[in-house]
Write a protein that binds this ligand. Structure first.
Ligand code: GDP
Ligand code: MN
Length: 382
């Protein structure tokens, strides 16, 4: 489970890891108020979303006047970063940065131990550093029986800082961060960047914590911070309506009765070189109300360029299913191609009804239908 930067910083503060002064805000007005309250020349305004890379997407901005604070706060609050709409921002005292470092504790599964990862090349390009110049990143495995006593922390700290005063500060930060990691059953605690300010102090200006889901029962205070991602929210809404829905990256929306058939449909789409936009099991019924609900769910996803409806009429008769689909699509406003494969009891009558409605591309077999769906998103004429 992930938490927001401001929540991680609250935990950091409890462990005496130095963070800059900050105020959580929900509106531009609150941001301006926070700017006044902090009383500094400059503030950093940062989107609070459960994903990284905010700096690169414009989710972190500096401002040195009330007008700019208001403007940037408004801009950031209007953003959606990697699928996460921004509803909260952190307004923090901007710091003068002399250098940016990277520090984290994570789990190294192969080594079956905690690993400390540090680098003098911290900041928004750490992934790039890891790829191009991995020698700039150092990893130290932590023996669980020894942990991180001062002599070890000191050794690691001196690897980054020559100045005794800074190394001393770093030693405390390492020990405190390790303690926070262990005591909260985290799988990651990360400071990127840990900054050396021009005044020579060390500050965690970003904070990330991920917790082991299986240990959350031991930490009700952390568990209480749990938030559904927009994706999970969508899936939960679908579940309330009796569907089993999982969104994916492709562009062929699938609407299928039965989980096994839904899986097969997705496999077939892949086999023919296409890509499913979702898994959707609408269950046994062909009730038009349900079909409309399911279609709305599918069409809500702007990636969907065609819909493949794959129905096996076992107990439900295919003519009933066809009537249901026709009624549903009478009420839906959509231009995208709808491919239907219908098989089972009364399938001939069902298919004829669908064909006569001129709204659907109708297929008899899975192969035929899948090919139609894949071709239609590739813009080919059938
Ligand atoms: P991330 O991109 O989501 O990891 O967001 P960060 O909080 O790490 O911010 C990204 C970058 O913005 C940092 O690496 C800094 O270079 C810059 N930044 C953030 N806060 C400040 C600040 O207070 N002062 C200055 N000068 N730069 C900042
Ligand atoms: Mn960061």
């Amino acid at each position: 489970m992930k938490v927001h930067e401001y929540q991680a910083k609250e935990i950091f503060s409890r462990y005496e890891i130095p963070v800059e002064r900050h105020v959580l805000c929900n509106t531009p007005d609150e941001a301006v108020k926070a700017f006044r309250q902090l009383g500094t020349d400059r503030v950093a305004i940062k989107a609070q979303v459960l994903t990284g890379g905010r700096g690169k997407t414009g989710g972190v901005k500096l401002a040195n006047s009330e007008e700019l604070v208001r403007q940037h706060a408004q801009e950031i609050l209007n953003m959606t970063i990697k699928g996460f709409p921004v509803t909260r921002i952190l307004v923090s005292e901007a710091v003068e940065i002399a250098a940016e470092y990277y520090v984290s504790f994570a789990i190294d599964r192969n080594a079956r131990s905690v690993v400390l990862i540090i680098s003098a090349a911290g900041g928004i390009d750490i992934e790039e550093v890891a790829r191009k110049t991995p020698e700039k990143i150092t990893r130290y495995l932590i023996d669980p029986l020894i942990g991180l006593p001062k002599y070890l922390a000191q050794r690691f700290a001196f690897a980054l800082f020559e100045q005794p005063e800074q190394a001393k500060r770093m030693t405390s930060i390492l020990q405190d961060l390790y303690k926070a990691f262990m005591e909260s059953d985290a799988s990651l605690t990360e400071i990127n960047p840990l900054v050396l300010t021009t005044q020579g102090t060390l500050l965690a200006i970003d904070a990330k914590m991920v917790f082991d889901d299986n240990a959350l029962y031991r930490h009700p205070d952390i568990h209480a911070l749990f938030e559904l991602t927009p994706e999970e929210e969508l899936e939960a809404t679908a579940k309330e309506r009796g569907f089993s829905y999982v969104r994916m990256d492709g562009n062929i929306g699938c609407m299928v009765n039965g989980a096994g058939l839904a899986m097969t449909t997705m496999d077939m789409i892949k086999l023919y070189g296409g890509s499913p936009a979702n898994f959707l099991d609408i269950g046994g019924s062909s009730n038009p109300v349900k079909v409309i609900e399911a279609m709305k769910l599918l069409l809500n996803d702007s990636k969907v360029k065609a819909v493949f409806i794959n129905i096996f009429g076992g107990i439900t008769r295919c003519d009933d299913v066809a009537i249901g689909l026709i009624q549903a699509f009478d009420q839906l406003q959509t231009e995208i191609p709808i491919i239907v494969r219908l098989t089972g009891t009364n399938e001939n009558i069902g298919r004829k009804l669908l064909k006569d409605s001129n709204r659907f591309q109708v297929a008899e077999t899975m192969n035929e239908a899948t090919l139609m769906a894949v071709k239609s998103v590739k813009g080919e004429i059938l």
